[in-house]
Design a protein around this ligand. Structure first.
Ligand code: AMP
Length: 609
């Protein structure tokens, strides 16, 4: 598919037509200084003057030129970059008038970016009214951040009323390069823990655990985190108060921290790392310090994010500085040996990446953590997301089969070793009743699960025995027991907490294995084909017809010939949806967030009225 990708700033516009499969550019156009003196555009490499009063006027010139340039081929969809999705958008979304309105509602939290983004959307929709337009948000990839990473430690009532929380940015780039890294490593991104360092004019780091962003350094605005070209990054909030006490106005503080800080403020020579490196090499102390502070901050975040994920498999450098500066990569990596990340100095010096050859490995052969340089391509990622929505809308038409939903009460899977410790040597579990998944059964036997705070008695064992012990509890159980159980897919017990088990014969100390099960759907490959999904996809399921209808996001798909179609949720989740026996869920398109937004809004409006 040919996707027109549009990235609209206040006086600039970047657009390209991209084949979403190959990434090939069929045309590109950059427009500068729209509505100002010297306004010009570069179409397929050639600069020419541009006579347009505003972005809308520019798009009216650019888009027909792009279409003409296709030589008869058509544009299937338009992908728009939108910086802030706020709380309304946690995925790429088909644009409708309601979506435009919701983007407008976010102006207050992204005053610099969202207004020109929306102006571009409106203009492009008027020029190309007959193709789908899709908004791809910089914040959306980080929507999976858990609350502990998302919340500021401020009065929660104020935080909720004002949406004062962390969102994260550069998500389009972090997602794109994490996939590039996984492809290079010949592994599924859903099996890897990756730290991506987007180091350009704006800089941020993300912790991507098994394909999902769980932490990132930018917050409510793109000012938090790393040292950037002109932005300060992390700062004691007390300093903001002090600056105002010292007589700076709000606008002065804003300009000081956003435009005059970062590398520019530290070095005193500007925001371009190339200049700073050159001056540092000549002995300029301020530039040397700027480089040290910059690299130190990145290294600090890498250490923190390795701790957040309980380990790391790859560290990826991308964007202008990350892709091009061997000096900065060297400074960041030279003291990461302790975590098993060893830089190969020669490879680091030789590293070169491009759209054609996007990944270059710079770690030594024995480095347990892979160090990679990756060429980011946000336009291609936007094109892919737009194409995904177009395809999903085609694929899910007519997929109206219900999915049986079952509530799993707390239970435990045991190894034979644990069974014998709890019930006696040579003991074999006995079947009480079969479960829906072939070969699985509930046992007559139960145990007591002992946590640091309290204990749960009569926890049912499920058979047959397994290679790893695993206790599956709900969030409510977790608080009751006093444990911090992560949400995990079954079998993924590494670095989860343990507990003590008590049986009639003896006790057993589980070193790890207490988890909250990641809600999931078991599917036979035939079902997966019917629904157009694959193993490890994450989808949404709507529970309708109960008194508390609910859409479950973040539902993991597991496909195996051994499985029978059924969705499994825990008791907290079942109660939240007021689920009764025989309930069914409807699989929503994995990407049609617009349907979701519409649905949410309708429900809200009904209640509000
Ligand atoms: P981006 O925002 O990704 O376009 O990155 C822009 C920044 O990358 C520039 O401001 C430069 O500081 C930096 N950059 C580009 N090339 C190099 C290079 N060869 N060495 C150091 N920094 C570079």
């Amino acid at each position: 598919m040919h996707i027109l990708v549009i990235n609209c700033g206040s006086s600039s516009l970047k657009s390209s037509v991209i084949d979403h499969r190959t990434g090939a550019r069929v045309g590109s156009c950059v427009v500068e200084r729209v509505g100002q003196e010297g306004s010009r555009m570069r179409f397929n490499g050639e600069w020419e003057p541009l006579d347009a009063p505003n972005i809308e006027g520019a798009l009216k010139i650019v888009v027909p030129r792009m279409v003409e340039n296709l030589g008869g081929a058509t544009i299937t969809a338009v992908g728009h970059r939108v910086v802030h999705g706020g709380v309304a958008f946690d995925r790429p979304t088909l644009i409708t008038p309601e979506v435009e309105k919701a983007i407008e509602d976010n102006f207050q939290i992204a005053p610099l970016h969202n207004p020109p983004n929306l102006a571009g959307i409106r203009a492009a929709r008027s020029v190309l009214p007959d193709v789908p337009h899709i908004a791809v948000f910089d914040t959306a990839f980080h929507a999976t951040m858990p609350r502990r990473a998302r919340e500021y430690a401020i009065d929660h009532k104020v935080a909720e009323a004002k949406n004062y929380r962390r969102f994260g940015f550069h998500g389009i780039s972090h997602e794109f390069v994490s996939h590039l890294a996984a492809k290079h490593m010949e592994q599924d991104v859903r099996d890897l823990r990756i730290i991506t360092c987007h180091l350009g004019n704006g800089c941020s780091v993300a912790a991507i655990e098994y394909g999902r962003s769980v932490e990132t350094s930018m917050g409510m605005t793109p000012l938090e985190g790393l040292v950037m070209g002109t932005r300060v990054g992390d700062l004691d909030p007390g300093l903001l108060i002090q600056m105002q006490r010292d007589g700076m106005s709000l606008d002065e503080v804003d300009a000081f921290l956003n435009r005059d800080s970062g590398l520019k403020g530290l070095s005193g020579v500007g925001n371009d790392m190339r200049d700073i490196e050159a001056r540092a090499a000549e002995g300029d102390e301020r530039c040397r310090l700027a480089i040290q502070v910059f690299a130190h901050r990145v290294r600090k975040y890498i250490g923190a994010y390795a701790a957040v994920m309980g380990g790391v498999d790859a560290i990826v450098f991308t964007a202008g500085i990350g892709e091009n500066s061997e000096v900065i990569r060297h400074r960041i990596s030279q003291r990461l040996d302790y975590m098993g990340a060893v830089l190969h100095e020669d490879l680091n010096r030789d590293a070169k990446v491009s759209h054609e050859s996007p990944v270059f490995e710079i770690s030594t052969r024995n480095s347990r953590v892979r160090l990679l340089v990756a060429a980011t391509d946000e336009s291609l990622q936007i094109a892919r997301e737009a194409a995904k929505i177009v395809e999903a809308r085609q694929a899910t038409k007519g997929a109206e089969r219900g999915i049986p939903v079952a509530v799993s009460a707390r239970h435990i899977h045991l190894t034979q070793e644990a069974v014998e410790a709890l019930f006696g040597p040579g003991y074999k579990l006995t079947e009480r009743n079969p479960l829906s998944q072939p070969g699985q059964f509930a046992c007559n036997e139960t145990v007591t699960v002992v946590g640091p705070k309290r204990q749960l008695e009569n926890v049912r064992i499920l058979g047959p025995t397994r290679p790893d012990n695993q206790v599956e509890i709900s969030r409510t159980d977790e608080f009751f027991l006093g444990l911090d159980a992560p949400v995990r897919a079954s079998g993924d017990v590494a670095n989860s907490p343990g507990c003590k088990l008590v049986g009639p014969h003896g006790t057993y100390e589980m070193k790890q294995g207490v988890i909250c099960a990641w809600r999931h759907i078991h599917m036979h490959p035939d079902d997966a084909e019917y629904f157009g999904v694959s193993d490890k996809d994450v989808v949404e399921v709507a529970i309708q017809g109960t008194s508390r209808e609910l859409i479950f996001g973040d539902v993991l798909v597991r496909v195996s010939p051994k499985y029978k179609l059924e969705m499994h949720i825990d008791t907290d989740e079942g109660n939240a949806a007021e689920l009764s026996k025989g309930a069914e869920g409807a699989l929503l398109s994995a990407t049609d967030g617009n349907a979701l937004l519409r649905r949410r809004k309708t429900r809200f409006d009904e209640v509000a009225e």
